[in-house]
Design a protein around this ligand. Structure first.
Ligand code: AMP
Length: 141
């Protein structure tokens, strides 16, 4: 996981305060072209996660949620991983629990966030490398 985070660069952590408005959340998701934000008052302590799926689900039930705050639609019970966790394990958790984002935490601080797209990219790179190694081994003269 740490290799992937290095490649992504920690600047990629975008957070929003729980008291911010849902309109602001939508603007940030659109501007940063991302699917989920860490919810944190200070930008490091994890209070929740909120994704575009939360916006869609809540808006479908109650259109007035657009005037509410992020705290009304976020998920507070967040599954996290550590920088040394295995990419395959995190992918398995995402598949089983049906979410596409996992914050990476260390010593109670958010140090990154990975999406299913990041993990798939990393996995394809790893498998391509292994395939090329085997190919070279088989075809060596
Ligand atoms: P996603 O697939 O990431 O857009 O999220 C789908 C749903 O799962 C939304 O309700 C999110 O708030 C929630 N969610 C996303 N990531 C996590 C996570 N790491 N732990 C717990 N819930 C999450």
């Amino acid at each position: 996981m740490s290799e992937l985070l290095k490649a992504k660069n920690n600047q990629d952590i975008v957070s929003i305060a729980p008291g911010a408005g849902v309109r602001e959340l939508i603007a940030m998701l659109a501007e940063h072209n991302i699917g989920a934000l860490i919810v944190s008052g200070d930008g490091v302590a994890l209070e929740g996660i909120v994704s575009e799926r939360d916006v869609v689900r809540h808006l479908h039930h109650d259109g007035t949620v657009i005037n509410n705050t992020v705290s009304a639609i976020m998920t507070t019970s967040v599954e996290t991983c550590g920088p040394d966790d295995d990419v395959d394990d995190v992918m398995a958790t995402m598949t089983e629990r049906r979410f596409r984002h996992v914050p990476v935490c260390e010593d109670g601080r958010v140090v990154g966030i990975v999406s299913i797209g990041d993990l798939v990219k990393q996995k394809i790179g790893q498998l391509t490398f292994e395939r090329d190694q085997l190919d070279g081994y088989i075809h060596q003269s």
